[in-house]
Design a protein around this ligand. Structure first.
Ligand code: ATP
Ligand code: MG
Length: 137
């Protein structure tokens, strides 16, 4: 059984499609082990995306991630990390396969609806960034 972290980003929360996106995960056989709606501070977003600190889009990415609340979720199930990445679709929604979350709910590479951990090591770090052990059931 694997766990991975999902973030429903400010654009999708503002569009009121949180339930529709969580349904994609459950319908694909993943379980919600923990979830909460939070507003990231600038420090939170900079730390979370530290790997991209030198990229030209870093400031825009941080500004976007703190522009409104997000919903962070621990997803659990067989191959949860890869399955979530498949459900999300490509980073750029214009390149995302039909039926993926980004194809259906995202507008642009900046406002692309969801984040998902991209390795098991990152998943473990990202889960502990947002959740204490007793919040994960
Ligand atoms: P995420 O980490 O949010 O799940 P991802 O793993 O598909 O997305 P990354 O390469 O990790 O993509 O990029 C992190 C985020 O930075 C992307 O979701 C996107 O919003 C933004 N981003 C990535 N590449 C670009 C780019 N070339 N121009 C603008 N924004 C970008
Ligand atoms: Mg990424």
């Amino acid at each position: 059984m694997e766990q991975t972290l999902s973030i429903i980003k400010p654009d999708a929360v503002a569009k009121n499609v949180v339930g529709k996106i969580l349904d994609r995960f459950e319908s694909a056989g993943l379980r919600i082990a923990a979830t909460k709606k939070i507003k990231l501070s600038r420090e939170d977003a900079e730390a979370f995306y530290a790997v991209h600190a030198q990229r030209p889009f870093f400031k825009d990415l941080v500004d976007f991630m703190i522009s409104g609340p997000v919903v962070v979720t621990v997803l659990e199930g067989k191959d949860a990390m890869a399955k979530n990445r498949d459900l999300m679709g490509a980073t750029n929604p214009k390149e995302a396969a039909p039926g993926t979350i980004r194809a259906d709910f995202a507008e642009s590479i900046d406002a692309n609806a969801v984040h998902g951990s991209d390795s098991l090591e990152n998943a473990a770090n990202e889960i502990s960034f947002f959740f204490s052990q007793r919040e994960i059931c």
